[in-house]
Ligand binder design. Structure first.
Ligand code: SAH
Length: 350
């Protein structure tokens, strides 16, 4: 193993120029992937956790320049799923072996805290061996507290970028990095298992920004880290920018696994969209989670964050079968498990 990877493994952090040295070349890739896979096996064996993603609303008050469901996109056919439909999705998912349901949506003020709590509470009461993850953006701490009391276990909120200037290039003036950061720390304080992350190759992103994101994550110490390549959407102000790099995303997954040995790291849908075997290669680079879609097929195409999103035509059962084969082909297996973070190695060593 190269000296640099050894140093990353021991310190779980590097100096800025050392990080950049790894990011900008494919020279270390073989070492990185091998080390990442070794570590994931120490903590998680060959287990891959599945999360059933329910995209319950594509209404959003925000206008993020990269996102297909931004408020300003008038070409989106907007939808909301009611509680009964969400519960039907869970029902379907439970039978297919899902033990985590992720409720994701735009920032939709139609859903009051009470509605979210009702939904969470019903899912948790009906499926007592399941976790509920929320991914509904920036809220007040009191709201996060209420969802937590209603039974929500985890929360996904990517910081998107931790560089202030870069944040301003990706978002309108009404959005603030400091607020997003505050939310992440509030969520941790309340007791959620917290997920953060960023897009790889978003417009104007530099290697230095990525290093800043790695350091931000190091401070936050999240349980989950979600990254995926930035992908173009035709109806956004960024429609002329190219997609992020597939290989840089894989490299970063491996780096994250080495930095956060215990973490839950998904091989994301965006990774599967940019390359046909993207998720398989993501798993081999250190990812240990996949998040297939459980939303009704009738609305899937309308939750289009970026162009050409995969798996928008298949029923949940088909997705499950397809994924099973993909995971096995990569050398791992899907387990029916709530899939909480494992802070210890399998042999009990911290
Ligand atoms: N409203 C929620 C959910 C956002 S969608 C929230 O604010 O957290 C989930 C993630 O999709 C985002 O955090 C973003 O990182 C990613 N995403 C959005 N647009 C994208 C694009 N064009 N390419 C790749 N990923 C994108």
């Amino acid at each position: 193993m190269g000296v640099m990877i050894e140093r990353l493994k021991t310190n779980r952090i590097l100096d800025n120029d050392e990080f950049i040295g790894i990011l900008e070349t494919d020279r270390y890739d073989a070492d990185l992937y091998a080390e990442a896979d070794r570590i994931r096996r120490e903590y998680y064996g060959t287990d891959v956790y599945i999360r059933g993603l329910i995209e319950f609303t594509n209404h959003c008050k925000n206008n993020c320049y990269y996102c297909g469901i931004r408020a300003g996109n008038e070409n989106v056919l907007r939808y909301r799923l009611d509680k009964e439909t969400v519960l039907d999705c869970c029902d379907n998912g439970y039978r297919l072996g899902y033990r985590t349901f992720v409720l994701q949506g735009g920032e939709d003020s139609y859903f009051k805290d009470k509605n979210i709590c009702d939904m969470v509470y019903e899912i948790k009461s009906k499926y007592t061996d399941c976790a509920v993850t929320l991914s509904i953006g920036e809220k007040e701490k009191t709201s996060y507290q209420e969802y937590y009391r209603a039974g929500a276990d985890r929360y996904l909120l990517r910081q998107e970028t931790s560089n202030l200037e870069h944040y301003k290039m990706l978002h309108p003036d009404s959005m603030f990095f400091e607020h997003r950061k505050r939310c992440l720390y509030d969520l941790k304080e309340i007791g959620y298992q917290v997920g953060a992350g960023f897009m790889v190759g978003s417009p104007y992103q530099t290697y230095a920004h990525i290093v800043q994101d790695l350091k931000f994550l190091k401070d936050l110490q999240p349980d989950m880290v979600g990254i995926g390549p930035y992908l173009t959407h035709k109806d956004t102000p960024f429609s002329q920018f190219p997609n992020g790099s597939f290989h840089l995303t894989l490299r970063l997954i491996a780096i994250l696994r080495i930095m956060f040995p215990y973490a839950l790291i998904p091989a994301t849908t965006a990774l599967g969209t940019i390359a046909p075997n993207g998720r398989e290669l993501g798993l081999k680079a250190g990812a240990n989670v996949v998040m297939p879609n459980l939303s009704p097929v009738t609305v899937r195409k309308q939750y289009e964050l970026y162009d050409n999103k995969i798996c928008t035509g298949e029923e949940a059962a088909e997705c499950r079968g397809c994924l099973e084969r993909r995971v096995v082909s990569a050398g791992y297996q899907i387990v029916t498990d709530i899939g909480n973070v494992r802070k210890k190695k399998r042999n009990g060593i911290l």
